[in-house]
Design a protein around this ligand. Structure first.
Ligand code: MG
Length: 120
């Protein structure tokens, strides 16, 4: 008989098929920090994790060795903090991703992918 543990395991091993909205909802179950530090805590965490990504990339330069799995893990940490910031601001990651792709496609259409400024 299939029980909840089996369902949880199935969902865990099918994690590659998560939508961003599904990921955000699941990430929220482990986003445990005081309400008084909402937004601030995950933003600082994101900055730290982005630094960890940069550090692993730095080691490619230093050691000529790529830690692909390590970088993937740190990117996952970044993703979790992004999900937490979105939760704290009542933003939907799926909508943000879609809006971002729309913005970049428009910049490509206008041949303004390169350059500066948010409103190109
Ligand atoms: Mg990390």
């Amino acid at each position: 008989m299939i029980n909840q543990s089996d369902i949880d395991a199935f969902e865990f091993y099918n994690k590659a098929d998560l939508t961003l909205t599904e990921y955000q909802n699941k990430a929220a179950t482990t986003a445990i920090y005081p309400a008084s530090v909402q937004i601030l805590y995950p933003t600082l965490g994101l900055a730290g994790e982005a630094g960890e990504v940069a550090n692993k990339v730095k080691k490619i330069v230093r050691d000529s060795k790529l830690d692909r799995e390590g970088i993937a893990s740190e990117l996952g940490d970044c993703l979790w903090y992004i999900a937490a910031i979105c939760r704290d601001l009542n933003l939907n990651m799926g909508e943000i991703a879609s809006d971002n792709l729309t913005k970049l496609a428009e910049r490509k259409r206008k041949n303004t992918l390169q350059g500066n400024g948010d409103n190109r």
